[in-house]
Design a protein around this ligand. Structure first.
Ligand code: C5P
Length: 234
């Protein structure tokens, strides 16, 4: 069954803890991104874990293999459940991340690969020297590189998840942001999918921020999304 991850896009630890309390027991997984992590550091990860929740630490590592390996080991010691690296760090870096995660056994962090940032288009790819290939082709080839190098899954947009999930054996993790319940405000997301269609397309985890954090009743908003996710049989 697909899991809901709420993006803790807030600027301080107290607000994060308050949001988790408001959302209540139905949500067991939270994403801490660069904003909250650079503001609060390790304390915020510990605070979320102390509330009994799983943590997706989204810091998108991209460095030489040795540095990424050591960073993943630190993330593993924190008890983080999911973490991200850039697949453009290439095979050796991805393998180093996966090997460091494996040292923690079944409780280690799962390594998710970021392929092409959704903010980038064909012209941006060209600017960084990736020519004669569409963003979709680049996403697909980087996802294959990442999984064959030991990553557990990929972060992908709702319009990539259908194709990608069919390209890999079962067991690969597909984490999809850009999810909006029907009728919800889209905000700055350009390509959105409903919770049901993302799950039907093969997403194993949905990341949702504003539709829950900004709702008058965050617990009810989360429950409605979970009900919609659970209505899809896969
Ligand atoms: O508020 P919203 O539901 O749009 O939040 C989605 C979360 O997923 C944010 O933390 C955002 O940074 C993240 N994300 C995204 N699109 C990507 C990758 C990450 O929206 N391609």
């Amino acid at each position: 069954m697909a899991e809901l991850i709420v993006a803790l896009d807030v600027s301080d630890r107290n607000e994060a803890v308050e949001k988790i309390r408001l959302i209540g027991p139905d949500v067991g997984f939270y994403k801490i991104g660069l904003e909250l992590f650079t503001a609060e550091g390790l304390d915020v990860v510990k605070a979320v874990k102390d509330l009994g929740k799983k943590v997706f630490l989204d810091l998108k590592f991209h460095d030489i293999p040795r540095t990424v390996e050591r960073a993943v080991r630190s993330v593993g010691r924190l008890g983080v459940d999911l973490t991200t690296i850039h697949s453009t760090g290439a095979s050796q870096m991805i393998k180093a991340a996966a090997e460091a995660a494996a040292e923690f056994g079944a409780n280690g962090p799962k390594i998710l690969a970021v392929t092409v940032l959704t903010s980038m288009d064909q012209a941006d790819l060209c600017d960084i020297g990736v020519k004669g290939i569409t963003p979709a082709e680049q996403v697909s080839s980087l996802a294959k590189l990442a999984i064959s190098s030991g990553a557990h899954g990929v972060v992908c947009s709702p319009n990539e998840v259908g194709i990608l999930s069919k390209s890999f054996e079962p067991g690969v993790v597909f984490v999809t942001p850009g999810v909006r319940p029907a009728g919800a405000q889209v905000g700055d997301q350009k390509r959105v999918a409903t919770p049901a269609s993302a799950v039907a397309d093969g997403a194993t985890h949905l990341v949702v921020g504003r539709p829950i954090l900004g709702a008058p009743d965050p617990a009810a908003a989360a429950r409605a999304i979970l009900d919609e996710m659970n209505s899809v049989s896969r």
